[in-house]
Design a protein around this ligand. Structure first.
Ligand code: PLP
Length: 386
């Protein structure tokens, strides 16, 4: 089976992890600091805080933004559960804004309209989680303007977008978001097995994030309420978590970061090939957001069902039967039983729901060969013409 995504590891990655196993530090230590510094440099951000996964990163980013019960977090329904759940961890109410029918990212016009209404009703959000779906940034200029106008914090969920850029600058640079979250899960752009990171240019947020990932503890005299009792002394100044990343994971992430340019180049090549090879078929191909250069975590096509004899499910199953591990990103989050229990229903976000009835994620990963890609295209063409 050709998977939809997979990691690319080499001997250098393996050697980097083994070297940490021979060292004095296994958990959060010097390699983690090097990984954070390398990511901050690469993304042109002032601060990077690594944690055990992007879900934890989203959680502490929300805490650092001051999100609590009685507050609201808004995000897109076309995302992984974690982009919404982080709000619920803080006891906040979660709401969604429908997607743009071209980019499949949050629709900035719909966001502006919903904010106007929320201002009238006194229900403005404290946090917006803007998800760079498939590796392509949202309309971050517009979102930035709206955040200034309405005073919400922008957390960019760039789990798909390590190595992407927007407006000529790397995603994570902090020009268009207060905090940017990356995931290093194996299907994402680079991996640390499990891992996540928050990038920010705001020192007070960075300090808070560092504390929150380790029990709310500090050893910094400047953050303490009384003078140190001695060299052993630490204080817990707020409620935090154990969300630390290990040095083993950081070594893998750092080694993978060396190969990021090559990974992105190959993903862009594959995307351009799909565009070319799939043109003319009854499909809607990914539309581009002005100023965004995608990292191409996913390559999604939408079936134009009017022009196809088979159903969405039949095309999906036909591809699986042909040994192609297609997938579907995403089931609209508001239709999950947990969110239905929060009051959402079918019909609430029609663009995301229509998208869900048509979308298929095709294989997309750096080691996918041209021949394998040709086979995917051939099988898809066969099913569409059946
Ligand atoms: C993968 C993913 C996450 C969660 O990442 P983990 O590192 O697995 O916790 C969050 N948001 C989006 C959009 C993702 O794709």
């Amino acid at each position: 089976m050709i998977p939809y995504g997979r990691q690319s590891l080499d001997q250098a990655d393996i050697d980097a992890v083994v070297a940490v196993l021979h060292s004095d530090w296994l958990t959060q230590g010097p390699t983690l600091e090097r990984f954070e510094q390398a990511m901050a440099l690469r993304c042109q951000a002032d601060h990077a805080v690594a944690v055990c996964n992007a879900t934890a990163a989203l959680h502490i980013a929300c805490v650092a933004a001051g999100l609590g019960s009685g507050d609201r977090l808004w995000t897109t329904p076309n995302t992984f559960l974690a982009s919404a759940n982080c709000g619920r961890y803080c006891g906040a109410q979660v709401d969604f804004v429908d997607i743009d029918p071209l980019t499949w990212n949050i629709d900035a016009d719909a966001l502006a309209t919903k904010l106007e209404e929320a201002e009238r009703d006194g229900t403005l959000p404290k946090v917006l989680v803007a998800v760079a779906f498939s590796g392509q940034s949202c309309d971050m200029r517009r979102i930035g303007q709206l955040s200034e106008r309405y005073g919400f914090t922008v957390i960019e969920d760039a789990s798909h977008a390590v190595g992407a850029s927007y407006a000529g600058r790397p995603v994570g640079c902090g020009e268009f978001a207060d905090m940017t979250v990356f995931s290093f899960h194996p299907v994402k752009i680079i991996t640390s097995a499990e891992g996540g990171m928050v990038l920010t240019n705001r020192p007070e947020l960075a300090q808070r994030l560092q504390r929150l990932r380790s029990h709310g503890m500090t050893r910094d005299a400047g953050q303490m309420t009384e003078p140190s009792h001695g060299p052993w002394y630490y204080q817990q100044v707020e409620l935090g978590f154990n969300y630390r990343m290990t040095d083993l994971q950081a070594a893998l992430g750092l080694s993978q970061l060396n190969k990021l340019d090559g990974f992105i180049a190959r993903r862009r090549e594959l995307a351009a090939r799909y565009h070319r090879l799939l043109g003319g078929l009854p499909l809607t191909l990914p539309g581009s957001q002005p100023e965004a250069e995608s990292a191409w975590h996913l390559y999604v096509v939408r079936l134009q069902l009017d022009g196809i004899a088979l159903s969405h499910l039949q095309v999906f199953e036909g591809l699986r039967a042909a040994g192609i591990g297609v997938n579907l990103h995403y089931i609209p989050v508001h239709l999950q039983p947990y969110y239905r229990d929060q009051g959402f229903a079918t019909g609430d976000f029609p663009q995301a729901e229509r998208y869900y009835s048509e979308a298929i994620s095709l294989p997309m990963f750096p080691s996918l060969s041209d021949e394998q890609q040709d086979y995917v295209v051939e099988q898809l063409r066969r099913l569409l013409e059946e």
